[in-house]
Design a protein around this ligand. Sequence first.
Ligand code: ZN
Length: 179
Amino acid sequence: MRIVVIFLSIISLASLWIYFTGSDSNAMANIKNLSKPDSTNQKGVNMDNKVVKSDEEWKKELTPDQYRILREKGTERAFTGKYWDHHDFGIYICAACGTELFESDTKFDSGCGWPSYFEPIDSSRIIYKEDKSFGMTRTEVMCAKCDGHLGHVFDDGPPPTGLRYCINSGSMKFIKKEK
Ligand SMILES: [Zn+2]
C-alpha cells in the first residue's frame, strides 16, 4: 500500500514538473526563434555593418543618462522615463546609432513603468543575451548595430507573441509619423 502511495506521488510531482517546465520552455523557444543569426533582415538593413566607438566617443555623443543605460547597462527608475506613458504614432529608434527598433503599433500598457512592446520591427535588429545579474535569470536585449543595452524581454506579454520587451526610454528616441 505504502509503495502505491509513493508511486502515485512521484507521478503527480512529475506531471506538475512537466507542466511548469513545459510552459517555460515554450516561451524560451519563442525568444530563441527570434534570435536567428540572420544578418540581413527583410527590410534590407545589414546588421554586420556594426557601429563601434570608444567609451570616450560615446560619452561625447550621448547624454549622461543615455550613456549610463546604453553603455553601462543601467536602468532608469520606473515611471520616470520619457516614453512609458507615450502614445503618439511613430517609430522608436536607438538613441546611440539611430536603428529603427520598435513601432508604436506594437506598444502596450504593461503597467510596469517602462515602455513595453510585444515585438521589435525586425528580430535581426536585436541581440538577445542571458543576464544573471541581481540573482535573477533574465534575457537582456541589445541593439544589434551598436551593442547598446536597451532592456529585457519577458514571457508575460500579450498576443500575438506573448512577449514583453521592457525597454528603457533613455535608450531610445521617438520619431513621430503621420498616420
Ligand atoms: Zn544602436
